[in-house]
Design a protein around this ligand. Sequence first.
Ligand SMILES: *Cc1c(COP(=O)(O)O)cnc(C)c1O
Length: 435
Amino acid sequence: MNPKTMNYYSLNHRSPNVDFREAAIRGQAPDKGLYFPGQVNTLPGEFIEGLKQLSPEEIAYKVLAPYVDGSIPEAELRRIVKETIAFDIPLVKVTENIWSLELFHGPTLAFKDVGARFMSRCLGYFARERKEKLVVLVATSGDTGGAVANGFYDVPGVDVVILYPSGKVSPVQEKQVTALGKNIHALEVKGNFDDCQRMVKHAFVDDELTSKLFLTSANSINVARWLPQQVYYFLALRQWNEEKPPVICVPSGNFGNICAGMLAGRSGLPVEHFIAAVNRNDVIARYLASGDYQPVQAVATLSNAMDVGEPSNFIRIEEIFGKEWTSLTDHLSAASITDEETIATIRRVYQKYQYLLDPHGAVGFLALERYLKEHPGQKGIFLETAHPVKFPESVEKIIGGSIPVPDHVKPLLTREKVSTLIEPEYGALKDFLLK
Ligand SMILES: *Cc1c(COP(=O)(O)O)cnc(C)c1O
């Protein structure tokens, strides 16, 4: 492969093109646009036909190498992709025509582990290459903090500082950011999530601070978090033994996950159709139905990781299809599911098929089931994006029983919480970072 033929451009088109390394370190382009790869990789037919003969690590490497494009040497990248997918991603049959791709077997029990692990290891490599310690600064309202903390845990050359609102995250979420120790530092802010976010944003525009520290954010739009999500769509097809390609249904909030799947589809992965399953936050479902894009304030639902009023990654899906409306709507449809339907689905699928869904997976299951009823002869996969034990308040009430905690997360819950309590003021954050 020729080094550096893959450039990333900003979707706002007012920033210079950069390579993978620069795009991953910056997160967002200076003009505030999302980075997008200059070419969509095309995978050879024999690669797709031979998926079953390849190891998951080999598949992950082949899918990601063109996008990393020499920014990381081959041996190092192979090590990184291997660690990224070092847990099971099984495809489990639930009904006659519906399969679940279980993405919750990672350390924080949600699919975000995949992107967080890849990004953290790439950034760790870039920090070592610069011989400078990298400081990752994140504000979290809950889930992101855990996945990021875990992804960076014990990665050499990286320090992580996580701000979270005191008393406003669940006990498990708090343990996920405060009980790891080593290079993970938790700042417990006497305020709300907006205070945390404001303090982090302030740090990035403080020239004095950024001249002293090699600072980055672990933003969810980072290409190093977005692109590796393609891999498990290939791993799903590696386990698919049906005659025709599947319909794939993705519970969606910010649309990063489904966008990665559609990029995989564009690269040659055989997928019949994509469905974005959303909750009451249905701005994209309404857009696809009417052509009219109207972002709104998010409303709270049971599938709270999908409570997004203005999905930031949707613009990347439009870019994949060159903004051609017919091509886009041929490949993608969307369905909105209410909380009542989510509850009824968790109960029904548990009773009828002995399969326990989490609220996000339930939204995906029902959207897929409805689509398949209207398209007889097709079969499909929904992405089960989180383990039901992460949502005990709703799921345990619905099924009337308790959910066992998976063994590999038990040790964390008994570890001690260590955090630094600070005032909701930028000065307090700056003092901590400079000492
Ligand atoms: C983040 C998240 C989603 C939404 O994913 P997007 O990439 O933002 O569309 C869905 N389910 C769970 C459990 C999540 O944590």
